[in-house]
Design a protein around this ligand. Structure first.
Ligand SMILES: [Zn+2]
Length: 97
């Protein structure tokens, strides 16, 4: 089993839910913009690495706490705003969502 950052899972999960509920929150739906949000959010949150199945379950359990969920969500909102104001994708390329 490889070393795994459980916070990344949580960011991915919440970002998907967030964009499913509010598709207009993200100005551009391309993969680059989504990846940028995940990277920005992950840099602002403490990583939670695990290297075992048990550790992964435990970290998953911690990540379900309301406070942690809220912290992750706040960071996702900030990162989405940042990407909206300065997207890194090529403005001339074809967008395939
Ligand atoms: Zn984009």
């Amino acid at each position: 089993m490889i070393v795994h950052n459980c916070v990344l899972d949580e960011i991915n999960r919440q970002l998907q839910t967030y964009l499913a509920q509010e598709p207009e929150a993200l100005a551009c739906p391309c993969q680059q913009c989504r990846n940028d949000i995940i990277a920005l959010a992950a840099n602002r949150l403490p990583a939670r690495y695990t290297a075992s199945t048990e550790g992964r379950l435990l970290a998953g359990f911690e990540l379900q706490s309301k406070q942690v969920q809220l912290d992750v969500f706040k960071v996702i909102i900030q990162a989405t705003r940042q990407v909206n104001s300065a997207p890194r994708h090529d403005p001339h390329r074809q967008i395939t969502p």
